[in-house]
Structure formats: structure tokens, C-alpha cells
Ligand binder design. Sequence first.
Ligand code: TRP
Length: 340
Amino acid sequence: MTLPKRVYSGIQPTAVMTIGNYFGAVQNWARLQKERECVYCVVDLHAMTSEYEASELKQSAREMFVSLLAAGIDPDRTTVYLQSTVPEQTELCWMLATLTSLGDLSRMTQFKEKSGLLRGGLGEDDGTFISAGLLFYPVLQAADILAYRAAYVPVGQDQAQHLELSRGIARRFNKRFGFLFPQPETLLTHVPKVMSTADPTRKMSKSLGPRHYIGLFEEEESVRGKIRSAVTDSGDVAPGEVSPGIENLLTILAACGQADDARQMREDYFAGTLRYVDLKDRTADALVALTVEMRERRAEILRREADLDGRIMAMGERARAMAGETLALAREKTGLFPPA
Ligand code: TRP
């Protein structure tokens, strides 16, 4: 039995899904689909707001689609699709833009950070080009969510401000044209923060280089190698705390469903009896056990690669049917003709 209120979220099309992406979002997405109707989007249109290679975008989006399925998003119960396959959302973005204040958009923290305004530059003068797309980013995000009239949006704290904006836009539309959009609520779920094993003071990220992240579908030997060489000691540690490297391994171990083991090993650490090799072995075993099925599922999807774009299009159709219903109502309410 799924509860009626729809869940919606989006993820950037980075070609490689790391265990950081998985534990930080996708694991939770997979859990949510057991309780509710879920719609998950690979946001290739949002990706256009950062510098990118046109010849690589399709492949990155495909890779993320495959990764989501392999990581446990079930296409039989959940709609998982590429943003660019649903033009209705882009259309809704325009309608919503007319209900969004420029002041609100220019106050978005992510915009200020990405545009470099916080660093004092105004763009162009200092050689950087700030596109209006970057400013519009949260309007498109609101359109994503509202096109599906979603009730819950699982995201990290960094997206809370965008969600607040989406609610404001929904309210303004409803007030001006009559009720259409429920207020999307932020589902702030506690997610573990996974750091680089090579530098546990920095967040795990692809951009730091291959030593700094573990791919969710990475070969077993390579995963074991990275865990084995994980940095554990890093100078002084405050009393009552464990070093960032140990903390990170304990986090990964717990995230793999071995919270009891992790708790025990933390106690051992304070008792002075923890052998780091044991923690590393246990963590590597847990990661490998968690991901073996995902690796197989991914290989299976890629064996039928000839079908892949067909599957992507079929999912897009499903999403378009949902968004299309909303758009027809939105056009009517706002006084537009239907598409010819
Ligand atoms: N902006 C989100 C991020 O960077 C991705 C995203 C795009 C999103 N559209 C969305 C998240 C709609 C939730 C709902 O993580």
C-alpha cells in the first residue's frame, strides 16, 4: 500500500555515482518508494547552468539513469526519468518565472556562491560569465516539483532555501489563479556525511580526483584498496572524539547497515583495543557485500544497452503524462490557449 502524497526529487547527471551520492540521497530515495509514490529526475537541464561538454551530456544523463536503477530505484513502482524528455516542465518554468521576484532569486545562497557574487566579482568585468540560467535555476527546480504536484521533497539542507522559494511560488500561483499546487514540504532526512578516504577532512567528491572517491559500482579490488589505504591518524584529536579518518570509516560501516558493529568498534577505539586493520577489513567487507548486487544489476542493464534509450523514452512518456495533466490545468487557469 502506498500513501497518496507524492514524493519528488532530482539529482545532477554526474557520470559516476559515488558512495557519497548513494548514502547521501539515493539510499533514502530507495527506502521512500516502499511507502509512497515517488518520482525521481535526472536534472540534465540544470546541469546546463555549469560549464559542460555538449557531446558528453547525454552519456552522463544515461549513466545516472542506469545508476539509479542499479542502486535500487524500481522502475515498476517509481517513475525515474530525464528532465529534458519532459518539455512540460520547461514550459511551467516560464509561467512560474512570472510569479517569482528577481529580489528573491538574487538572494539565493547557491546563486550567490556559484555566480561568484560573494567573492566580490560581478561577472564579465572579471572575465566570468554569469548566465541568467544560474539565476533561474531555482525556478526550474520549482517547476520540476510543481509539475508533479509533489507533497514531499527529500533533499539535503543545502536545498532548503530553494524549497522555501518553491512554496512561495506555489502560494502565489494558487492565490492569483486558484488552487493547483500543494505546498511541497522538505523531507530533511538524516543522511551520513561521507568524506574522502584519502583526506577525511574533505567531503567525498569526484572533483578531488579518483583517490578521493569510491564509486558505488567500483570493482571489489579497487574498493578494498582505497579502504585499506584510508588515512586514519591525522594529528591531535580532542578528548572524547575519534580522528576524522576513523570517524569516516565508522560512518561508512554504519551506513552499510552495520550500525551495531560500528558502535562496538567506536567503544573499542576508546578502550584502546581497536585495531585499524580490523575496522578497515570490516568496512571493506560491508561495502562489497552491499554493492555486489548493484554491480550485477548494472552489468545486466548494460548487457541490454541497445534497449536503454528506449527505456529512457518510455519513462519520459510516463512522466510527461503526469506533468501534462498539471500543465493543461495551469494553461487553463492562466488564460492560455492549449498547444496547437
Ligand atoms: N538542485 C538540486 C541539487 O542540486 C537538484 C534538483 C533539481 C532537485 N530539481 C530538483 C531536487 C527538484 C529536488 C527537487 O541537488
